[in-house]
Design a binder for this molecule. Structure first.
Ligand code: HEC
Length: 132
């Protein structure tokens, strides 16, 4: 009997299943790993958005009451191609347009006629970053 115990102890000294390791803290997420190459989609687009669109859509694109909608969760932005979004920005959306949901007009080119189609394309790249 004693011998059996001794054998067991000896065996355990080498081969007993060890205690499970203490749970390790989960690795901290590294935000930089997921960040896109261009941090804001387009730096020029960001500047143009801040200069023209942010007046109504807010600096973070979240919208301002009575002025502009949230463009970060917009179905339109999510579902449209870049070309379609540029075309939308060129047209805007009148208050009486059937798709208008706020009764407030979105002015063509955000009311800034000096924005070229190319500028709008850069802004779209920034919109994609907002709604990523
Ligand atoms: C004078 C205020 C104003 C400015 C400036 C403006 N917008 Fe808007 N925008 C609006 C309003 C109001 C709507 C919502 C219209 C509606 O109710 O359908 C809108 C809608 C949009 C939408 C569609 C959202 C959706 O889901 O229907 C996008 C995208 C958008 N704007 C982008 C822009 C961009 C980009 C600029 C800058 C070039 C800009 N807007 C400038 C007022 C503005």
């Amino acid at each position: 009997m004693r011998l059996a115990l001794l054998v067991l102890v000896l065996l355990c000294a080498t081969g007993c299943p060890s205690e499970p390791p203490p749970p390790r803290p989960s690795p901290r997420p590294t935000p930089s790993a997921a960040a896109p190459a261009t941090p804001v989609g387009s730096e020029r687009g960001r500047a143009l958005f801040q200069g023209t669109c942010a007046v109504c859509h807010g600096p973070k694109g979240l919208g301002l009451p009575g002025l502009g909608k949230d463009v970060t969760t917009s179905e339109l932005v999510r579902k449209s191609s870049d070309d379609e979004l540029v075309a939308f920005l060129v047209r805007g959306r009148a208050a009486d347009h059937p798709d208008n949901s706020t009764g407030v007009p979105m002015p063509p080119r955000g009311g800034n006629a000096s924005l070229s189609d190319d500028d709008l394309r850069e802004i779209v790249a920034h919109l994609r970053w907002f709604s990523r």
